[in-house]
Design a protein around this ligand. Structure first.
Ligand SMILES: C[C@H](N)C(=O)N[C@@H](CCCCN)C(=O)O
Length: 448
């Protein structure tokens, strides 16, 4: 997941460079960024859930890592000099001219990568649940997310530097670097499959069979999940919150460049502290949640902090051009991005029957992916629409796009409040510690 998250954001600090080098407009960049989730939205994630439940974590993890490598190599080829001037590029350039051929092929690669990446996300959750059952699962999930966030910090640090390491600067170097890391990730997962097989042998065949039949994917479960009000509240909170984080991450470096009048590298150097704050706090909050609870309150606080930060980027940073305020907003956003994931993912087992859990995660991811696919496109359009005639990628006004992100935060907050109110009435246990056996347990199958 570390290398996957690095690959996801390798181009994020390079928006203005790819615009200069390959002619990608903000709209084209938005389409490219949204492409990561398109195939998932059109049903791949549901299929991924079925594959995972039928074939297990070893096969699905290896498949997902292989898909990531294949997608990465296609994207690398698309942005490389090798692709320039080929018949394929000329053909891709000949239709939907707003989107250059290199952006179209890179988007295809990113789509395939995105299938692997999301499939890996579900697989890792299931593997963690298997390895840490009855132990510190929230802490384990928190540590997994923290490692991934460190990858984002690292890539925001090195991506612009790798791009500048050749003359003229090129996006190919950082993308090639991350593609190589994904190959190492695939090898690492193959090593894990041997460890997992050993665990199965240690657990004994009966226990494994029991664990697997517990989580078997049934089509009728999808109907039960979709009929649940609680599922929709969690899924809406998730899609609204994450749509104001990951798509923002794609545009953040350029937003800082435009607001502060700084270089790509300087902007990345500021923004990279966002995932660091999240990486430091997420495992601690997971540890806290395991012992003290307060999950629903953490979700609400996380949404409030996000709204404050996005409004600060919209109005205060451009007016003051203050680096101190910018850094403060980045760190606070990092705290928000610890509170919500640390509380959200371990809350799902509290409200879903164990039998539904694998499909519940895959369906929450699916709803979330709809937002992650379309919000970057929307934001690209808002940037273009609110900056008529602006061609210099250093001169965009980000007020309106940041207000859009803040509005998503307000909607997420409303769903967080509804969730907490429902929890107070129905006692789902969302405010209770994870390590506690005797709280009143009301799940979807008992909801009606
Ligand atoms: C984008 C992805 N679908 C996602 O939601 N990622 C979460 C982590 C989910 C848990 C994965 N084992 C994140 O906060 O990065």
């Amino acid at each position: 997941m570390l290398f996957a998250y690095m690959f996801v954001d390798v181009m994020s600090p390079l928006q203005s460079l790819i615009q200069k080098q390959r002619g990608w407009s903000p709209d084209a960049f938005g389409y490219y960024a949204g492409a990561e989730y398109i195939l998932n939205v059109f049903g791949f994630l549901i299929l991924a859930g079925i594959i995972l439940d039928k074939m297990g974590v070893r096969f699905t993890g290896t498949l997902s890592a292989s898909l990531m490598v294949a997608g990465a190599l296609i994207k690398l080829y698309a942005i490389s000099e090798l692709f320039q001037g080929t018949a394929l590029e000329l053909w891709l350039n000949s239709w939907w001219t707003e989107m250059p051929g290199s952006a179209k092929l890179a988007a295809l690669g990113f789509m395939i990568f995105g299938c692997g990446c999301e499939m890996a996300g579900i697989t890792v959750s299931k593997a963690l649940a298997k390895w840490f059952e009855g132990k510190e699962m929230a802490l384990a999930m928190g540590l997994e997310m923290a490692i991934a966030r460190i990858g984002v910090f690292f890539i925001f640090t090195i991506s612009p530097r790798l791009a500048d390491s050749v003359v003229p600067a090129s996006v190919v170097v950082p993308v090639a670097f991350c593609s190589a890391l994904l190959c190492i990730g695939l090898l690492a997962y193959i090593v894990f499959t041997f460890m997992d097989a050993k665990l199965d042998r240690e657990m004994g065949a009966n226990k494994v069979a029991e664990a697997e039949s517990d989580e078997e994917f049934k089509l009728s479960d999808v109907g039960s999940i979709f009929k649940s009000k609680l599922f929709w509240i969690i899924a809406m909170l998730c899609v609204l919150y994450y749509s104001a984080i990951f798509p923002f991450q794609r545009y953040a470096a350029n937003m800082l460049q435009c607001n502060l009048g700084i270089s790509e590298t300087q902007a990345s150097d500021i923004f990279r502290w966002f995932p660091v704050g999240a990486a430091a706090l997420t495992p601690l909050l997971g540890y806290y949640l395991d012992r003290k609870g307060k999950g629903a309150s953490m979700l609400i606080l996380g949404a409030i902090l996000m709204i404050v930060c996005h409004l600060t980027f919209a109005f205060v940073v451009p007016a003051t051009k203050s680096e101190l305020i910018t850094y403060s907003a980045i760190v606070v956003l990092g705290i928000s991005f610890s509170l919500v994931p640390a509380a959200l993912w371990p809350s799902v087992p509290k409200i879903m029957d164990k039998r539904f859990l694998g499909s519940a995660y895959s369906l929450i991811f699916w709803v979330q992916n709809i937002g992650l696919a379309f919000v970057p496109i929307l934001i690209g359009k808002v940037i273009t629409w609110s900056n008529p005639g602006v061609t210099d990628p250093m001169q965009y006004d980000y007020t309106l796009p940041m207000c859009c992100f803040a509005s998503l935060g307000v909607l997420a907050l409303i769903f967080g409040i509804i969730l907490k109110a429902m929890n107070t009435v129905h006692h789902y246990g969302l405010e209770d510690p994870n390590i506690k056996e005797d709280f009143e347990d009301v799940r979807i199958d008992g909801e009606a």
